[in-house]
Every structure is written in structure tokens, then in C-alpha cells.
Design a binder for this molecule. Structure first.
Ligand code: PSV
Ligand code: MN
Ligand code: MN
Length: 424
């Protein structure tokens, strides 16, 4: 489904008067708002190819219909999101859930939608059809060298595919771990993983990055071989300057102080990117900002502070990606909501009075420090995001336009009701 510029222009025209009233009020309240507009426009959030269909649980999956049946259709869906918000300018693929075949044609299609290829995700947490060895007892950490070799080769193949598509990063998440005490020798598991990662790292092109994601538990429930940021940091420090830790917001033990983790990883120059989602219990993969928006803001507060301290480009020097999966919402509506929540937290963080905060910190003025942060968090910056979209040629209200156009119904007509989103 193609979205014409004139459709967006008509939609914007119909909402313009109300929008102008809101943005004028915001400008009168927060004089700096216009300064951050270019930064907001520049921040693009990658969409994972596996989030375009309705997610499921191990108990069932309830498809809303019209899901993309091929990589081409996934690209079209992300293109639609990007046309609506001008903030979702890339797609992240998962191999072998995605099977890119005609790379040049896929690349051209993506470019037609204004999209780039974000990080490539390898997958050694499932057995692939026809592979020689099983990953039942892990992949890069496996006791058997032959299994490790197979997993290393898969990762190198994913890099190869990514090079064809113009991607610049390999994202590795390992489910490797153990379910029972005694199952693993932790040190040997670590050393095997390190050796495997070194082989993968050696195959990285010069301008590529390797992001190593950690996860506290699931599918293993006793130990994880890359279970937390400390373990990931140990690996990436040993690998070299192209290796970084990736933070998935749902991969921590309950109540972890993620913003502090972010701050210290940044300080060490080892924070590579994010998988955004939200959670109440574990790796719930709920819509970003739907459960703990204040935490999201505090994370962005550290990001802005830490990246500025290191003179990093907010838009270019970090991998911004969503990793979510939804059982009850329209996946495209949900992704629009997640992108909006991410940019809202970013805008709030950009508008923190940093000088005043530093002064309050230097004077141990705890109450003032809290007031400064919360003043930003509690300012309604939604009109600012809308203004950024208006200036970028996107829709003032992407979700409303998505509904007005009955996009889901058109997709169901085109693709049918029972299509599945992933290759598995
Ligand atoms: C694992 O829970 C994870 O967060 C990794 O990023 C995977 O690639 C993704 O989810 C698969 O859905
Ligand atoms: Mn993830
Ligand atoms: Mn996850």
C-alpha cells in the first residue's frame, strides 16, 4: 500500500489549526523547544522485521491478518511507517527468519521507501532446517567444537548477507546458558564463547560493528553465558574496538537501574545500541513507554548527557532499534506508538536544564535535582514531536491517519487473513 504525499498534506491541513495553537503555547512556555527540532528530526528508530506480524506466546498466536508474507512486504510495511512518521528509516533483519535472495533488488526496494538496513541479527537459538548439529545445549559456548564452528559460520554468513544489503552491524543474542546447577562449567562456557566470538569478530568488515546483547534469563533459567552487562562488557573489551554491548530494556532482573548501566557503558565507550520495549515482569516486549515512561526518560537523560560528554552524534553513533512483539495490538499501530514514546523521551531529555542540574548536584541539592528532571518529564512535548513531523513531511497524527485510511483492512484484502510474518 502506497501513501501519497497529498494524503499526508490533506491530513495535516485538517489538523493544522489545532496544532498551531498547541505549539504556540509550548513555545511560550519553553523557549528552547525550537533548538531541539533538528535533533528530533535526525533520530531514526530501526524497525525489526519480526515485529510486523502479531507476536504470540507459547500458548497461542492470534493474527490480526494482513501480515507481510515476504521480505518485500516487510519492507513495504516499514516504508509505510516511515511515510507516516519520517522516523523509522531503517529495517533490521533476522536470519533465517528473513531470507534475502536478490540482494540488489531488495536494496533498491528499500531505497525506494527511503530505508536503510540496520543491524543484522543472527539466530543460533533455534535449529535451522537441514543443519548438521543441534543448538539444544547452546551454540557459541557449546562443549562440542563442531557445534561452535557451525554457529560461527552462521554468523559469518549473516555478515556476508548484511554486506550485500549495506548494513554496518552484526547483532548477536545468545540463548546459551544452563537450566540446572552442574550442567555447565561457567569458565569453560565463557572461554568457548570468547573463542567463537573472536572468530566472528575476525570476519567483520573494517567499517562494521558487533553488538553483543545480554539477557538475564529465558530460555535458560539457571545461568546465561551472556546474562548481564558485566559479562557482555567482559567479552566486548576482550574482542576489540569494533565490539559493543547492546542493551535490551527487557533483559534485566526486576528493578535493575538501567539508566546507571547506560551511563557507565557510555563512559567506557562500549555502549553500541538499544532494543527498546517495555516490561512489567521479564522480557515482556511490550510497547516502549507503555509501562515505565519515567524510566525511559531517565535512560535518555543519561544518553544525552553521556553522549554529549563524549562528543558523539546522537543519531549516528548509537544503534536505535525497537525489539517488541505484540499479541493483541495491530503491530503497525504499536510500532508507531513505540517510535513516538522513544522520541518523546529523547525530546524531554534534550530539554533538561543541564547546567542547573549540574549545579544542584554539586551542591547536593537533592530536591532541586529531582525538580529539574521532573519539570522536563512532565512538560507535554507532544506538539513538538508533531511539529518535527510536520516539518519533515510526515503526518501530524500518524496513528489517526493510519486508522482513517483503514490501512489494516487494505492489507488484509491484499494479503489475506492468515499470513504469517516470519519464516519459521
Ligand atoms: C531475545 O529475547 C531477543 O531480545 C533478541 O534480541 C532476539 O534477537 C529477539 O529477542 C528475537 O525476538
Ligand atoms: Mn532484543
Ligand atoms: Mn528479548
Amino acid at each position: 500500500m502506497q501513501l501519497h504525499r497529498s494524503t499526508i498534506a490533506d491530513h495535516n491541513e485538517s489538523l493544522l489549526k489545532d496544532h498551531q495553537r498547541r505549539i504556540q503555547y509550548l513555545r511560550s512556555e519553553v523557549p528552547r523547544v525550537d533548538e531541539v527540532l533538528p535533533l528530533l528530526t535526525d533520530l531514526q528508530v530501526a524497525i525489526p522485521s519480526w515485529a510486523l506480524g502479531t507476536g504470540g506466546t507459547r500458548f497461542g498466536r492470534f493474527s490480526g491478518g494482513g501480515e507481510p508474507r515476504s521480505l518485500e512486504e516487510k519492507i513495504e510495511d516499514v516504508g509505510l511507517l516511515h511515510a507516516l512518521n519520517q522516523s523509522s528509516g531503517s529495517i533490521s533483519l533476522h536470519i533465517p527468519w528473513d531470507v534475502p535472495q536478490h540482494h540488489a533488488a531488495i536494496r533498491t526496494l528499500a531505497a525506494q521507501h527511503g530505508l536503510l538496513f540496520d543491524a543484522m541479527n543472527s539466530n543460533t537459538f533455534q535449529d535451522h532446517p537441514g543443519q548438521a548439529y543441534s543448538y539444544k545445549f547452546g551454540s557459541l559456548h557449546h562443549v562440542d567444537k563442531a557445534v561452535r564452528k557451525q554457529a560461527v559460520e552462521h554468523n559469518i554468513e549473516v555478515i556476508r548477507q548484511g554486506v550485500e544489503l549495506g548494513s554496518k552491524a552484526l547483532s548477536i543474542w545468545l540463548s546459551d546458558g544452563s537450566n540446572f546447577p552442574g550442567q555447565l562449567n561457567f569458565r569453560k562456557a565463557f572461554q568457548n564463547t570468547l573463542e567463537s566470538l573472536q572468530e566472528i569478530y575476525a570476519a567483520l568488515p573494517a567499517d562494521w560493528k558487533l553488538w553483543l546483547e545480554y539477557k538475564a534469563f529465558e530460555p535458560n533459567f539457571y545461568s546465561g553465558t551472556v546474562a548481564d552487562w558485566g559479562q557482555s562488557l567482559l567479552f566486548v573489551n576482550k574482542l576489540g574496538p569494533k565490539a559493543f554491548t547492546l542493551v535490551d530494556l527487557g533483559h534485566h532482573l526486576p528493578n535493575a537501574n538501567i539508566e546507571q548501566i547506560v551511563s557507565l557503558l557510555l563512559m567506557e565507550g562500549r555502549l553500541g545500541g538499544f532494543h527498546f520495549n517495555d516490561s512489567k515482569y521479564g522480557d515482556d516486549d511490550l510497547t516502549t513507554g507503555s509501562i515505565r515512561p519515567y524510566q525511559l526518560f531517565l535512560i535518555f537523560n543519561e544518553l544525552v548527557e553521556g553522549m554529549d560528554a563524549r562528543h558523539m552524534s546522537h543519531s549516528r553513533d548509537m544503534g536505535w532499534m525497537i525489539d517488541a512483539s505484540h499479541n493483541v495490538k495491530d503491530p503497525l499501530e504499536d510500532l508507531l506508538q513505540s517510535v513516538e514514546a522513544i522520541k518523546l523521551a529523547y525530546a524531554q531529555a534534550l530539554l533538561v536544564d543541564r547546567k542547573a542540574l549540574q549545579e544542584a548536584q554539586a551542591q547536593n541539592d537533592v530536591a532541586r535535582a529531582q525538580e529539574i528532571l521532573q519539570a522536563s518529564f512532565r512538560t507535554d512535548l507532544r506538539p513538538l514531536l508533531a511539529e518535527a513531523r510536520l516539518q519533515a513531511g510526515a503526518a501530524l497524527d500518524p496513528l489517526q491517519l493510519f486508522r482513517q485510511l483503514h490501512v489494516r483492512n487494505s492489507l488484509i484484502k491484499e494479503r489475506g487473513n492468515t499470513a504469517v510474518a516470519t519464516g519459521l
